[in-house]
Design a protein. Structure first.
Lengths: 291, 364
């Protein structure tokens, strides 16, 4: 066998695995999205209806637009708060002394939790009757005792965002600690000697040098947030009402509660397309611009 | 501009002692060089003056003001770092202007002063560039311009030339000397390069193991090294150091018998003599004889390494001198330029201290 062919043979197993796990579902979903298929009514693929599912999503489905707004609100807050908190923690915990290393290790635990499990434990935590939140916070602020946080549309969103920030902040903290350690120490010392206060050193010297890392962090966190599902299912299940129904949850509900697979596939495809476009624009204009 | 005084300054990192009781006064307008091998505490000393490092004990004064608890930004010093410490995301202009910007100097005023500083170091046409678009020498100039853009009390320079190639180093050395002269700002300059130290300094503090071994003018340090460390560290090629016995005005070592010496003391000593103070001599005039081990032409002269018993002695011969390896030659030492050191303590015998302060420093 020639060397020219050999390389294809060597790549083939990996390619087959990728094709089976990635390309097949993608292609299948695309195929479903142009059919009318409700599996409650029929077990086999329904009639081909072209772009009708897509037309319905965009032109005639207020629930979709509602979910889009919910997702954007969730994404906006969770990206800003997660990265802000992660940066604050990184600044506090950068350095090699023993205490900081222990605290860092402790803080990483939330990230090790599965998001589905996280939703369940937060749900218990926030339970108005026996939850730890009500007990502890209610002790300090009595008027918060016994408040059913997850029953209030705004507070449920706050809880969802808080749980997500809690989950992701450690991951980005580690990323930022690495980035801070890689900053040339001399630039920071030079700024101090030049007369800059600590906030100025941070905003004018450190932050601009961290820009490439921050850009990647924003991109990653935005993608993670746009497709958030597990905690939504286990913490609020989109409720109360549809107050926390994110797009991924909307797709999930459409497919597995209303069994409208064709329509769900179309929504999922739109979501994926929007994220792909976002990622492309972002990587072109933000990641490639060198500091 | 101000004098800088370090009194009883110590620095410990865990169990490691970086500085042991350092007393040092740098006069107003003086150019002081801290010279020593790596790990001797010279950079630590400078960083303590800058406020980037806190002393474990002792007091630091800049002018009349005690600055131990003053943050670096309020010490009114300017520092040039070994790797320049330029802000990579700012243009050359913004780099130079940063000390003015953080002090709230209005923009118009600022750009005039930036231009002035940039012209002093010949950076005029490069103001729009980013640091990464500059060569090492140009980056060095930006760092210098950033230091001179305002008139600080003290300049601190931490091995500023060590990343430049040899030729550029010589040019920049002259520029730094010229600038310091012109501006008259008190300067502390850290280097491990003795040529830099000798050429730039008003006074040199030779440091080793967290102590000042000798403090004096370049001449004093070269002509009257206070101890074996300084004797061996200063000079290139280094001073010949030969262990032997001194008694009744005669120094003896294997194959060496040097009489008619003035020091009255006796005992185990180390004789120090610089290569340029030993000449190749006719048999009649020779103090000692040995076989040629190597001859190196430096351009201006020949360095001749001669085997004398166990020792290798380097002598400087004229550039016209020709000798073969293995040949036996005679050498003559200039009696007025011999140095003797106590072999136990390493301290100079016969007073290194005419008019300088090294003995006091040694006894700290």
């Amino acid at each position: 066998m020639g060397e020219r062919l050999l390389k294809y043979w060597l790549v083939a197993p990996a390619f087959l695995v990728i094709a089976a796990t990635l390309l097949y579902p993608l292609a299948a979903a695309l195929w479903y999205s142009v059919h009318d298929w409700n599996i409650a009514q029929q077990a086999t693929l329904g009639p081909m209806i072209g772009a009708a599912n897509y037309a319905r999503v965009l032109a005639d489905d207020p629930d979709f637009w509602h979910s889009t707004r919910v997702t954007l609100v969730f994404t906006g807050f969770s990206v800003v708060l997660t990265l802000g908190l992660a940066m604050a923690l990184a600044l506090l915990l950068t350095g090699g002394d023993r205490t900081r290393v222990y605290v860092r290790t402790l803080l990483v635990i939330p990230f090790a939790m599965s998001p589905a499990l996280l939703g369940i434990s937060w749900r218990f935590l926030l339970n108005p009757e026996f939850g730890a939140f009500s007990a502890v916070v209610g002790f300090v602020f009595p008027w918060l005792k016994g408040v059913a946080l997850l029953a209030d549309p705004t507070l449920a969103m706050v809880a969802l965002i808080a749980s997500d920030v809690w989950h992701w902040a450690p991951y980005f903290m580690l990323m930022f600690i690495g980035a801070l350690a890689a900053l040339p120490q001399e630039t920071i010392e030079a700024a101090q000697v030049d007369g800059a206060s600590k906030p100025r050193v941070f905003y004018e010297i450190m932050l601009p040098q961290l820009r490439p890392v921050l850009a990647i962090a924003v991109l990653l966190k935005a993608i993670f947030s746009l497709k958030v599902l597990d905690q939504v299912v286990t913490l609020t299940n989109g409720g109360p009402g549809t107050a926390t129904e994110t797009l991924a949850h909307f797709v999930f509900q459409t497919a597995f509660r209303w069994y409208d697979l064709g329509y769900a596939a179309a929504v999922a495809y739109l979501l994926a397309a929007v994220m792909a476009v976002l990622a492309a624009i972002y990587s072109r204009f933000v990641l490639e611009r060198r500091a | 501009m101000a004098a800088v005084t370090l009194s009883g300054v110590e620095k410990h990192f865990g169990t490691f002692t970086a500085l042991q009781r350092l007393d040092l006064t740098i006069a107003d307008g003086e150019f002081l060089v801290l010279l020593g091998p790596s790990g001797c505490g010279k950079t630590t000393t400078m960083r303590i003056v800058a406020g980037l490092e806190d002393p474990s004990a002792g007091a630091i004064h800049i002018g009349e003001r005690m600055v131990n608890d003053v943050r670096p930004k309020d010490r009114d010093v300017a520092m040039v770092f070994q790797n320049y410490g330029l802000y990579p995301h700012m243009s050359v202009e913004d780099n130079i202007g940063y000390p003015l910007k953080v002090r709230g100097v209005p923009r118009g005023d600022r750009s005039a002063r930036i231009r002035h500083a940039a012209e002093k170091v010949e950076l005029g046409p490069l103001l729009d560039r980013k640091p990464r678009q500059l060569s090492g020498g140009q980056r060095q100039r930006v760092a210098l311009a950033r230091a001179i853009v305002r008139t600080p009390q003290v300049f601190l320079m931490d091995e500023p030339l060590s990343n430049l190639d040899a030729k550029l180093r010589v040019t920049m050395r002259a520029e730094i000397k010229h600038l310091q002269n012109e501006l008259g700002v008190t300067t502390i300059y850290v280097t491990h390069d003795q040529i830099e130290a000798m050429t730039l300094a008003d006074r040199v503090a030779v440091m080793s193991q967290g102590r000042i071994q000798q403090l004096g003018t370049p001449e004093e340090i070269y002509d009257r090294p206070a101890n074996l460390f300084v004797a061996g560290f200063i000079g290139s090629p280094p001073m010949n150091l030969i262990s032997g016995q001194l008694s009744a005005g005669t120094f003896t070592a294997p194959q060496i018998d040097l009489g008619g010496l003035s020091p009255a003391s006796s005992g185990s000593v180390v004789l120090g003599v610089r290569p340029e103070d030993i000449t190749v001599a006719d048999d009649a005039d020779a103090d000692f004889r040995g076989s040629v081990y190597a001859v190196e032409l430096t351009g201006e002269s020949n360095l001749v390494t001669v085997l004398l018993g166990r020792e290798r002695v380097i002598a400087r011969a004229s550039r016209a001198w020709r000798g073969r390896t293995g040949e036996t030659i005679g050498l003559r030492a200039d009696r007025s330029r011999l140095h003797f050191f106590d072999r136990e303590t390493g301290v100079r015998i016969g007073g290194a201290q005419e008019g300088n302060t090294s003995e006091r420093d040694l006894q700290q």
